[in-house]
Design a protein around this ligand. Sequence first.
Ligand SMILES: Nc1nc2c([nH]c(=O)n2[C@H]2C[C@H](O)[C@@H](COP(=O)(O)OP(=O)(O)OP(=O)(O)O)O2)c(=O)[nH]1
Length: 326
Amino acid sequence: MTGVERCDRSRERRAVRSRRCSGGVLAPGNSSRTGAGTIPVVPESAFAVDAPVHVVAAALRHTRTVTGFLGATAERAPEAVGELLLAGDRFPVAVGAGDAAEPEDAGGEGGGVGTVLRADEAGLRLRLDSPAVGGPVLLEFRPEERTTGNRSRCEVHLAGESLPRWLCGRVSACLAAVRELVSEWAPRPVVVGTALVEDGMLLAQQRCYPAHHAGSWELPGGRVEPGEDEPEAVVRECREELATEVVPLGRVGTDIPLSAGSGMLLRVWRARLAAGARPPVPVEHRALRWIELSQLAGLEWLEADRLLLDSLRTIMVAESGKHDPK
Ligand SMILES: Nc1nc2c([nH]c(=O)n2[C@H]2C[C@H](O)[C@@H](COP(=O)(O)OP(=O)(O)OP(=O)(O)O)O2)c(=O)[nH]1
């Protein structure tokens, strides 16, 4: 490297350090050049919101928000189908398109593709590939609960070695949209679902009403009633629907916004049968079935439940200690 180049590099480094990516969401750090005209910035932290972590984790995997802001392309429809993203979903990415401030970073319309590597309660992990930039960009949003005194909030951390400059503004805009979704979703009434796992098998029940749900499978549960907390609702619903006693053990997966007009959130709790409890029987449902890992994906679940299958699979694997045959 010549002296002039070194000087240019250190000027550039100072410029990068002194500039915060738009919205103040990202703080640049390491400025070494990694090729294809990118100036990477190291994200230090993102934002904190007064909302439960499972609502934030749900908003982070909202398909339209992620594909619209990070993909930034209107021309090609995303291949991802559901309202929330699932691992394996893919969506088009226009690298640098419309980002007039950073055209040299982008190399023009890239025609790239985004792949969802993970979309669950642990966060959203994406890989953005494009022929217009050097290697793939790995991007991870991790929601974490922080409790100070009796105040609990959720921080979203950005993990990854570096972000190309063309992505910074998009990440900020995406997180602003996530914040809006969180404030829209957090006050919604909650339907609890119960992931009752015994010997590595999950209990599913088949609905018989209403007509558009009849025949589909779901988790035992229902609306949280006034004056009740979520674990109490889990215990009551299992008593009513299964004529048995369960012990709630903790949350599973992200919240799932229930579709069209219901205005509710599905929130799933893991549970086990209480000591000495009677075997569950179908009180209000057409049938009950203990599902093995290999049967999980093949069952005709309600649409909302399909978005939880990765998280359900994880607890079934943990419970059974078996190898995941997915
Ligand atoms: N219980 C439960 N409800 C689910 C699941 N997935 C899903 O989309 N839902 C929807 C179906 C309903 O629109 C809503 C809750 O319905 P529900 O009928 O179980 O609730 P509930 O017991 O309080 O209501 P109700 O029968 O007294 O009318 O949540 C699930 O896994 N379990």
